[in-house]
Design a protein around this ligand. Structure first.
Ligand code: SME
Length: 171
């Protein structure tokens, strides 16, 4: 994405986040918006931190259902991003040893931590069916959105609002 595309997506995504609704619904709408409007984003979701258990639980998401409802810190790209508390970009998932496959179609992934008052509250996780889909522009966009999501993510974590086995719609 170009610099100007990033600014447009950021403005629209921020407006989506401000729409009325529960924290879970607002995060879910953001996932839907990003998946619909950014061509390379094929699965967009939140993992919510349960720091006492050092585990992530699946939160609001948009895309195909995933088997990965609970991910211990350190496991897979999401768990590694939580353990190291940093953004991780995987340009080619086939080359990543510590990777939990969601779908055979996924070629690249980005995971961006969300903080609340300096502590890890969750993550934004995005999968793409294209390889090397995530540039510096994507990282900047998602790190900015992670700041804007901070309170909402904290409100739905820990434990997660999302019932295992559901399909991405808020309960
Ligand atoms: N691929 C992730 C697992 C979560 S799914 O992408 C939704 C990982 O390696 O942590």
């Amino acid at each position: 994405m170009t610099d100007s595309q990033r600014h447009i997506v950021l403005a629209e995504a921020s407006a989506v986040l401000r729409e009325i609704g529960s924290a879970g619904m607002r995060l879910h709408r953001l996932c839907d918006y990003l998946r619909q409007y950014v061509a390379a984003y094929d699965w967009v979701g939140f993992y919510l931190a349960v720091p006492g258990e050092r585990v992530l639980v699946l939160g609001p998401f948009s895309g195909a259902p995933t088997d990965h409802l609970r991910i211990p810190y350190g496991r897979g790209v999401c768990g590694q991003a939580a353990a190291e508390d940093r953004t991780i970009v995987v340009p080619d998932v086939a080359q990543e040893a510590n990777y939990l496959a969601c779908s055979v179609h996924v070629k690249s992934e980005i995971v961006v931590p969300v903080h609340y008052h300096g502590k890890l509250a969750g993550e934004i996780d995005i999968d793409s069916h294209s390889s090397d889909a995530f540039s510096e522009q994507d990282r900047l966009l998602l790190e900015e959105l992670a700041l804007e999501c901070s309170e909402l993510v904290n409100e739905v974590a820990p434990g997660g609002w999302y019932p295992p086995g559901a399909t991405g719609e808020p309960g």
